[in-house]
Design a protein around this ligand. Sequence first.
Ligand SMILES: Nc1ncnc2c1ncn2[C@@H]1O[C@H](COP(=O)(O)OP(=O)(O)OP(=O)(O)O)[C@@H](O)[C@H]1O
Length: 232
Amino acid sequence: MITVTNIRKSFGNLQVLKNLNFEISKGGIVAILGPNGSGKTTFLKILLGMVIPDGGHIFYQQKDIAGSHAYRKHIGYLPQIARFPDNLKVREILAMITDIRNEPASPEPLIELFGMEKFMEKKLGDLSGGTRQKVNIVLTFMFDSPVIILDEPTAGLDPVSLIRLKELINKEKSKGKLILITSHIMSLVEELADEVVFLLEGNIYFKGTVTDLKSKTDSVDLEHAIARILEP
Ligand SMILES: Nc1ncnc2c1ncn2[C@@H]1O[C@H](COP(=O)(O)OP(=O)(O)OP(=O)(O)O)[C@@H](O)[C@H]1O
């Protein structure tokens, strides 16, 4: 599905990604993990074509994504910080993004799932942080994208919304989609992820299942496994 070969990226003197190589052969939930500043968002943005790597290639369905606008149609993206004009109403932003993507969108079931009906005529700037995040979730999942990238998707969500989001992610997975997720909430990753890619000092420190990572580090849970890697 996705092959990453020799991906490198520096910002000035800071070498963020040194030489990434890995393959994701089928759909499922893959967590991209690593300490703050390890390059998770940078990697996801390279995958989206929003950041150009200094070297290397990414292939989606055997085709190099470099310069391919058609490929981006296959991706749903929930950014870590979504920026939209505060004066737009929720209904207007949904219409605007649908218009820009020029693809069929089904926001209604998501609006209902997250109880967003009462916010449709409200301006984004008047919403709470968690409610804004729900708008972003609707925007990400309303297109039928085979690849979904979620950068810290749980930010600000209350427990009920978190449960809904987890159900939604699992539902999309059951359709054979690839969901790439970053999160610092290890219990969430442990619950959802089929596979973990752990970035450390610009390279992949580990790629495999949560169970393998726990046994490699002789840890009871993922949180302790990560702590053991970072504080040996
Ligand atoms: N456009 C940019 N210009 C300069 N430096 C950047 C830029 N984007 C990212 N960086 C730097 O690259 C490093 C990796 O950032 P990135 O956001 O990819 O990390 P991350 O693993 O997602 O971190 P976090 O867990 O804190 O979200 C950081 O040191 C960051 O300051």
